[in-house]
Write a new protein. Structure first.
Lengths: 443, 596
């Protein structure tokens, strides 16, 4: 077993998971200001990378040009921070999807996903906390990581374990074959292109990653946005999905947003539904602009319901511009329509008032969110696993592109990353076993 | 009674390095029953190969002599994995067996601080848990403050020809009969290992026309930059087993000591006997064999890949089933050898025993296989034996710096259950530990240790500066608007081709330096990543664990504590690599370290 590196920049969601008013992403390490500068735009155009200590900056988290969320950034400079390193904290409006997005941004700009207790470990290594504190905190961390490891060992559902084992042995075989040529040149190991099987390994990983969305949704809930013009029946639909009449007043305090959020259970899938009601409803806007505004709000949702009045003319609506997996177009009030034939077949027909088409809609929502997976197939359900598998995939893709001596290093890194999930750390020993079992080498 | 600072027991590849380096700092006695056996090559007449050549380059950078001896006596050199990239490229040199031994002995005899003492060691002399010298089998006492055991396969050695066995260290030589007991008495645990050699064939009985020839590289390569005129004088050859060989062996397995059940100690997977190969790979209808000359005017060839523990009369028949060997005559028969090893978990990475201060060991006695592995350990053990005498700090090399470090770390942290051979795959930093950059990695260390002189150190630095300057030129020169370094990163481009676009460098670079420039530029991203990874763990590698009483560390698992107490790792980094040590044990250790 080994402790994590100590000189890179780490990042994690620092608030408890779930739906909180404010969520915090913490980044620690010498690159934290640089990384923050790439994903955070100050309202007053301040250079984030040169911020002094103790600043609170209002601005936006952005992915290139795309707005992710409005947020507040706090700066801590070494050595006056929890870890004694440079630290940036970004406070967003919470919501698991947004927090996750911000976290992913930090990672794509060079941070590493922190392990459980890693901030505390750094604080301790850097003499930031005293021994008494350290012992109690580290015991806690150990308890957590031990239980995390138990989970990793036992909690990984059986199918996932099997899949990971398969991936690991496929990579080991390729790695071992390449190494066999290196370590036993001229000894009759066929000097062939061994890397081809990696393509199918990547496919397996892709399929696993596809379940990541469903897996995480099954754990933390999906974010569902309902958008549409005023009076098309958004609130009624929300109430209908909720299953009983209730005034929706869960206006989240402390946020500047005016949307409404409510937790639903749709055929067993936990869903956080966001009704865009209240936004610009009083304004007189033309339909197109309304859709654009709704899109803006909905872009972080896992699924967007576009609600229309069935009697409305939808000829101009741009179906092709929508991501099919992330959207459902719904015509409400079909009971008021004599002839539904002219509605496009892609459109879901319902009548909230007559309780018509709602069950089909629920099925469709479920299908779009988690596909046809049953709950036993939610293989990847944590960020860490998803991140690890993505990393494995990157190494494999790289290994296919580069010369063999470099490829073997990428494969080794892929195996190391997998080992963190599977606990099978004896990479070189397993490779040797494969070599001696499959090639007759040694003089 | 004679008195020395350091005693080296044995004059094989470990003993030679141990003696020559210890002699730089102390008065050395090299104890050996027959000085003619100094520098013998009892296995194949070759130095180098994957992982091994890196060790030789590193050894040379540190001030060892194996590279010099190998280059002086080379008759065939070959770069292996030439097309596979610099991380795994390695040099293999075929040597004139007798010449190697003569050169080695001449070198040892030329060092004034070394006295050769003809004797067999009967026991170790110890007092107050410290070594004091040795007693010879003919009753003489040789005193010294430290002792390095480089006894190879001689400890209680038993040689097998089929089911016939006799006590021998290797063919025709007496074993070390008494030392095992003495080691046990001083608290050491011994295990039994086994290895084997193939038969040697009369040169003029082989029909070389029927064999596939492997030409030597021309120009020849070298470990030291100095090649001898004969370095590409000889080819090697290939032959293979046939179905007749396989049938013959399968029908006679019961006559083998291994398969008959007489030997049950562990043999190396790296060095399987021909019986092993045929039993384990039933679907293969032929196995490749290497025919290596012993020298230019040799009387025999070495048949690599054909080691066997079958009786001699069968070996005669087996040989004649091989293409080109139809009329072959065996000059020396294949045999298996069983011997005692010291469980290497009883050693520190300085190669000193944890059980007896001042006692060091190196080479096959520690369970490794191979001349190069032995020489590397011999160098570290010899240097530390002298340091021990001179009250200087004992030194080692960590695994992030060199193949040396991987070897030392692997040996002491896990112990081994078969003869250990270095492999490139054992080294997670192999892209940084190339044979081309051994000097720049290790010269500074060697200079600090006093094992190379200032002039040589300066030469390395100057060369390094030239390489750096040239890399910088590539980073700043453009051709058709594109950076030269970027152009060189394309697979089809070479240093020379890019120079033809941007012009020759003002400084004159050697071929080796040009090669380095190319590697540094082409592999930049990977080298940097490897470097970062290494840096990120440095903190743990620098946290020393010397003198820790593990009983006083709170909240440790029993398994973790036992392992740590047994291995006594040097650093927190090494502790993390031990089996059975948990994360929580490491954090407990961290807390303990901070509270000291």
């Amino acid at each position: 077993m080994s402790l994590p590196p100590t000189n890179d920049t780490i990042s994690a969601i620092a608030t408890a998971s779930g739906i909180a008013a404010v969520g915090i992403i913490r980044i620690s390490g010498n690159q934290s200001f640089e990384i923050a500068a790439k994903i955070f735009k100050s309202k007053k155009n301040k250079d984030i990378s040169k911020l002094k200590a103790g600043q609170a900056i209002y601005g936006q988290v952005v992915d290139a040009d795309e707005l992710i969320d409005e947020a507040i950034l706090l700066s801590f400079r070494a050595p006056n921070s929890y870890t004694t390193e440079d630290i940036i904290e970004i406070q967003t409006h919470g919501g698991p999807a947004i927090l996750k997005k911000v976290l992913e941004l930090t990672i794509s700009h060079g941070a590493r996903l922190a392990q459980a207790g890693e901030f505390t470990l750094r604080a301790f290594l850097n003499d930031r906390i005293d021994l008494l504190q350290a012992e109690s905190i580290l015991n806690l961390v150990n308890a957590q990581s031990d239980s995390a490891r138990r989970n990793a060992a036992m909690g990984l559902n059986k199918d996932l374990s099997k899949k990971l084992d398969l991936i690991q042995s496929q990579i080991t075989q390729v790695y071992a074959s390449i190494q066999a040529v290196f370590d036993y040149p001229e000894e009759g190991v066929p000097d062939a292109e061994f890397r081809e099987p990696l393509l199918s390994t990547i496919e397996i990983i892709d399929n696993l990653l596809k379940t990541a969305k469903a897996g995480k949704i099954s754990q933390r809930g999906a974010k569902l946005a309902i958008v549409g013009k005023p009076n098309v029946g958004k609130s009624s639909l929300l109430n209908a999905l909720l299953g009983f009449e209730r005034s929706i007043v869960s206006n989240i305090p402390g946020t500047t947003r005016d949307y409404l959020e409510v937790m639903l259970d749709i055929n067993g899938v936990p869903v956080l539904a966001i009704d865009t009601a209240g936004i610009r409803e009083t304004q007189d806007i033309i339909e197109e602009q309304g859709v654009v505004a709704a899109l803006d709000i909905a872009k972080n949702a896992d699924l967007v319901l576009y609600l229309f009045d069935a009697s409305q003319d939808l000829a101009d609506f741009d179906y092709d511009g929508l991501e099919p997996n992330r959207s459902i177009i719904i015509a409400n009030k079909i009971d008021l329509l004599d002839n539904t034939a002219k509605l496009d077949s892609k459109i879901q027909r319902i009548s909230v008032t007559n309780n018509q088409g709602l069950e089909d809609l629920k099925d469709l929502i479920k299908e779009k969110l988690i596909g046809d997976l049953s709950s036993t197939e939610f293989w990847i359900s944590t960020e860490r696993h998803e991140e690890a598998l993505k990393q494995v995939k990157v190494h494999l893709e790289q290994a296919l592109r580069v010369s063999e001596d470099l490829a073997s290093i990428d494969l080794e890194l892929a195996l190391k990353t997998l080992a963190e999930m599977t606990g099978r750390h004896e990479i070189s020993e397993e490779a040797l076993e494969y070599i001696f079992a499959n090639f007759c080498v040694g003089k | 009674m004679s008195e020395f600072d350091v005693i080296i027991v044995g004059g094989g590849h470990a003993g030679i390095e141990a003696a020559q380096v210890a002699a730089k700092f102390s008065k050395v006695a090299l104890i050996i029953p027959n000085p003619n056996t100094i520098g013998m090559m009892p296995c194949n007449p070759a130095i180098g190969g994957p992982g091994k050549s890196q060790l030789v380059y590193e050894l040379h950078a540190l001030g060892g002599v194996m590279g010099i001896l190998a280059d002086k006596t080379a008759i065939h050199t070959r770069t292996l994995n030439a097309s596979k990239g610099p991380a795994v490229q390695s040099l293999r040199v075929q040597n004139e067996r007798d010449a190697y031994s003569v050169e080695a002995r001449a070198l040892i005899e030329s060092i004034p601080n070394i006295s050769i003492v003809r004797a067999e060691v009967a026991s170790l002399l110890e007092k107050d848990k410290k070594i004091r010298g040795i007693l010879t089998s003919d009753g003489r006492t040789v005193k010294a403050k430290s002792v390095v055991l480089c006894t190879g396969t001689f400890l209680a050695g038993v040689v097998w020809y089929g089911k016939e066995k006799r006590e021998a260290g290797r063919q025709g030589e007496a074993p070390a009969r008494y030392l095992s007991d003495s080691l046990r008495k001083t608290g050491h645990k011994l295990t039994r290992f086994k290895t084997g050699t193939p038969p040697r064939i009369r040169f003029d009985s082989v029909n070389f026309d029927a064999l596939e020839m492997v030409a030597a590289d021309n120009p020849a390569k070298s470990f030291t930059g100095r090649t001898n005129a004969k370095a590409h004088a000889s080819p090697t050859w290939l032959t293979h087993t046939t179905l007749d060989t396989h049938t013959l062996i399968e029908n006679n397995l019961q006559h083998s000591a291994m398969y008959g059940g007489e030997i049950d100690s562990k043999g190396p997977r790296y060095c399987p006997s021909i019986e092993d190969k045929i039993v384990r790979f039933k679907d293969k209808d032929r196995h490749l064999l290497f025919v290596e000359p012993d020298g230019l005017e040799t009387s025999e060839v070495y048949l690599q890949g054909f080691s066997s523990s079958l009786p001699p009369y069968l070996q005669d028949e087996m040989i004649r089933t091989l293409p080109g060997f139809e009329k072959a005559v065996i000059q020396r028969y294949a045999y298996a050898v069983e011997y005692d090893i010291l469980d290497p978990t009883q050693l520190y990475t300085t190669m000193m025993s944890k059980k007896l201060a001042g006692l060091f060991s190196a080479g096959q006695i520690n369970g490794t296989s191979g001349y190069e592995e032995a020489a590397a350990q011999g160098f570290i053990a010899g240097l530390n034996a002298a340091n021990f005498v001179n009250n200087k700090e004992l030194v080692t090399i960590t695994r992030d710096r060199a193949y040396f470090g991987v070897l030392l770390d692997d040996l002491v942290r896990w112990g081994i259950d078969e003869p250990y051979r270095i492999l490139t795959s054992r080294n997670e930093y192999r892209l940084l530990h190339r044979q081309d950059n051994a000097e720049e990695r290790l010269s500074e260390l060697a200079y600090q240790w006093g094992t190379i002189d200032e002039a040589r150190y300066r030469l390395v630095k100057e060369s390094l500066d030239k390489v750096k300057a040239e890399v910088e030129r590539f980073d700043n020169s453009r051709y058709k608007g594109e950076l030269a370094s970027k152009i060189l990163r394309r697979p089809e481009e070479k240093y020379q081709s890019v120079v033809s676009y941007i012009g020759e460098s003002e400084i004159i670079l050697t071929e080796l330096e040009k090669e380095k420039v190319e590697i540094l530029i082409k592999y930049k991203a990977y080298i940097e990543r490897n470097q970062r990874d290494l840096e990120s763990r440095k903190r743990y590698e620098n946290m020393k664990l010397t003198g820790i009483d593990y009983k006083k560390v709170n909240s440790m698992s029993n398994e973790g504590r036992e392992m740590l107490e047994h291995i006594l790792p040097d650093t927190l980094g090494a502790a993390q690599r031990l089996r059975g040590v948990r994360d929580s044990d490491i954090t407990a250790l961290l807390v303990h370290l901070k509270s000291r």
